[in-house]
Design a protein around this ligand. Structure first.
Ligand SMILES: [Fe+2]
Length: 391
């Protein structure tokens, strides 16, 4: 009787008894960790739910033409229940576009492992709207185009201006190169600050996110959750991937001041993390995936240090630059300074140029095996600087 009352209460509370879906999409979805054989879809729901993604080929058939394979939000062999959903779709072909829809069932009643009662399935609409799409990476592609924005610091209106036209340009990905927020205090702040807009503008265009953490994303009570929202292939906040002729190294800069700084409240262990990252970097640049790529691009929020630099930047120079100097890097893309700079005088100890993007512009980067073209584009969509890096 008690169970029946609990269930009835849950039904009433969830609105299902009034014909309302028990669970709705709260934020997202957006695409993460696209590889040559898969992609990850991330979204949140208004209540605890069990979720999955259904995938169909992009062959013109109706989504309902056949039973579509389901990929569950699962973790170590169990379906994962919660409000944050991360579904990994794998076993796909390289360079291929797939359609997908996200689905979830709200948890109406959960009594430990004994009984879980799920509500009706509900998810992204595929009748009035086209299903979402995702395209896997392909290292045999001749060229790649991607965009970079950084240092948005939750200025959503600037962010939206910079992403204007993304649905037509359809770059292979948009990189968020750090400090998208000033600190990470809550999920709401993350979505309100820029991630709602990112999902709204990028997901219908099938454009994935490549996230690099800035120093400011180390801060705040929610900062330990960064990787939950931006899952990676390494399980860390640094990783590498191939697209077309380019091998990308997405590095984590850590904090800018020493770990003992009063602003970190004794919670920062960034020095040890950078050391760990440097050991990983040493391995990656020796890998076949890296060495076989004709072009190498490094994405890193902070800039390796020069004269007068702070501790974090000095550490980036000490730990990463000697490795990168031996790894045929073509260009490093940074942010952090909130102003444009092109550093090709070796003053940061690098044998490669460093392009620092401002907080109000985006980089439009096109690369093939002959070289890299970079346009610095302002919020009016005007190209204000241009660089060509020949191979
Ligand atoms: Fe920064």
């Amino acid at each position: 009787m008690k169970r029946l009352l609990t269930l009835l209460g849950a039904l009433l509370f969830s609105g299902i008894a009034f014909g309302q879906p028990s669970v709705r999409i709260a934020h997202g979805p957006y695409l993460q960790q696209v590889t040559d054989d898969g992609f990850t879809v991330v979204w949140t729901t208004t209540m605890d739910a069990a979720s999955w993604v259904e995938v169909a080929p992009d062959d013109g058939s109706h989504f309902y033409a056949a039973e579509r394979p389901k990929y569950y939000d699962s973790h170590i062999g169990k379906r994962r229940i919660g409000r944050l959903h991360r579904v990994r779709v794998e076993g796909l072909e390289p360079g291929t576009t797939y359609r997908y829809r996200i689905m979830q069932q709200g948890v109406l009643c959960e009594e430990g492992n004994k009984r879980v009662i799920l509500g009706e399935g509900y998810g992204s609409d595929i009748l009035k709207h086209k299903p979402y799409t995702a395209t896997t990476l392909d290292e045999s592609k001749d060229k790649t185009e991607f965009w970079v924005v950084n240092d948005i610091h939750a200025r959503d209106s600037v962010f939206r201006l910079l992403l204007k036209g993304v649905e037509k340009a359809k770059p292979d990905f948009v990189c968020f190169n750090g400090d998208m927020l000033s600190s990470m205090e809550s999920e709401r702040q993350l979505f309100d600050g820029y991630l709602n807009s990112a999902a709204e503008l990028l997901t219908p265009a099938g454009v994935p996110i490549v996230a690099a953490r800035g120093n400011h994303e180390n801060r705040g009570s929610f900062s330990s959750k960064f990787r939950d929202y931006f899952p990676t292939s390494t399980g860390e906040v640094y990783y590498a991937f191939r697209q077309g002729p380019v091998c990308f190294l997405v590095l984590d800069c850590g904090e800018d001041k020493p770990d003992s700084d009063i602003r970190y409240y004794g919670m920062s262990t960034t020095d040890a993390y950078r050391e760990q990252e440097a050991r990983w970097l040493q391995q990656v640049v020796q890998s076949e995936e890296y060495r076989s790529a004709p072009v190498h691009i490094v994405i890193l929020h902070m800039i390796p240090g020069g004269k007068g630099s702070w501790h974090g930047e000095q550490e980036l120079r000490r730990l990463f630059v000697p490795i990168l100097n031996e790894a045929s890097v073509d260009v490093m893309l940074c942010g952090h300074y909130h102003r444009y700079a092109y550093i090709d005088d070796g003053s940061r100890g690098t044998k490669f140029p460093i392009l620092v993007n401002s907080n109000n512009d985006k980089l439009v980067v096109k690369a093939d095996r002959k070289g890299i073209d970079i346009d610095v584009v302002n919020t009016r969509g005007e190209s204000i600087k241009r660089h060509r890096i020949d191979k």
